[in-house]
Design a protein around this ligand. Sequence first.
Ligand SMILES: NC(=O)c1ccc[n+]([C@@H]2O[C@H](COP(=O)([O-])OP(=O)(O)OC[C@H]3O[C@@H](n4cnc5c(N)ncnc54)[C@H](O)[C@@H]3O)[C@@H](O)[C@H]2O)c1
Length: 434
Amino acid sequence: MRITMIGTGYVGLVSGVCFSDFGHDVICVDKDPRKIEMLQAGEVPIYEPGLDALMAKNVESGRLSFTTDLKTAVAGADAVFIAVGTPTRRGDGHADLTYVMAAAEEVAQALTGYAVIVTKSTVPVGTNRKVKQVVAKANPAAEFDVASNPEFLREGAAIDDFMRPDRVVVGVQTERAGEVMAEIYRPLFLRDFPIVTTDLESAEMIKYAANAFLATKITFINEIAALCEKVGADVKEVSKGVGMDGRIGNKFLHAGPGYGGSCFPKDTSALARIGQEHAMPQSIVETVIRVNDDIKHRMIEKLRDLCDGSFNGKTIAVLGVTFKPNTDDMRDAPSLTIVPAMVGGGAKVRVVDPQGFREGEALLPGVVWSDDPYKAAHNADLVVILTEWNEFRALDLDRMARKMAHARMADLRNVYSPRDAKRAGFEAYEGVGR
Ligand SMILES: NC(=O)c1ccc[n+]([C@@H]2O[C@H](COP(=O)([O-])OP(=O)(O)OC[C@H]3O[C@@H](n4cnc5c(N)ncnc54)[C@H](O)[C@@H]3O)[C@@H](O)[C@H]2O)c1
């Protein structure tokens, strides 16, 4: 198959690289010339484990290339994937479809023969039908079908998720489009990974429902964690006991500082708007959004309490600011709420993150970046574990405690136990829900 991938962000680049590894010919297009220059030079603009090697291998084989020239890239393609951003629209919480529709229009004008236009971006129900109208209007002679193919990869484990998915979801209207999609995903089908083929609307809905459910699960355990603190239970034990129930499962049951990232906040918000628009409010999702917000603010109060009621004049070391480990993505990370509250309250904040600096430098003004957790903790009044990078999972707590002015720890990912911290000489330790 000849595949064109529009957008080389976290989803477009990973998908393009993996499709080329399946054996397809892939051209990746982005309108950002700096990204394309980097990619053409063999550099990966994002941090995603394993992506650089897989990309190099497929460029070398001649199956993968990068361009800013959408017109040439689309000519002769069997399938054109749209994997551009769908951020929250300012003001109303809706998914902003500007980039998707602009890409669809450009693709329409570049089509040279039958192709399937596949939306991989997360888009509200009804968007694929709109894409179809936009393409037909922009190029009435175009021969095409649309398909919905939402993506479920997780940043930090994206290649494995793409190559070994729980399922692939494909929404189509015609047999012809279904055949093209089946051919594209044949390598996965042959290895018995389930492919769910359905209609456009159901495919679009599956993505939002899946993300909203996961956000709900996280928020549920976070709220239980807050209650655990009041009643003297340990949420880690509670999660373990609850998660062993096969009907519930142990994933997404780890209490923390609230969900963030490039998907859950915007997708829950978009789903809530879709519900309101159809006079079918999604009250669970609306509540999840509100509770998740409250949780982040509760974390700030927890940190303030550990600083004797005021951040003013305190030195605080923050370990991890990306929204989760193994990514450099800072979009809607809890750190973007929590760190500015400390800086604004008069704290001197030192930040350590293995990959966060490039994105985080502009987003977290007023902090000092450090590459060493012990240096960051030197003479500090508080150390905060905000993202559970492996680098922060096996700290020498004795060494850290000895370096601090006040050995206090807020472990917002429950990496350590209160007992470990006390033994190491920490005078105060606060986890989440214990
Ligand atoms: N990031 C994730 O983990 C993830 C997972 C599943 C689904 N998604 C969904 O996938 C979509 C893309 O997300 P992302 O994180 O990869 O976004 P991103 O912002 O990292 O990348 C989008 C890219 O598209 C490019 N682009 C925009 N308009 C273009 C155009 N007309 N022509 C060429 N390039 C164009 C941008 O320059 C950018 O490089 C979103 O809808 C998102 O919700 C993301």
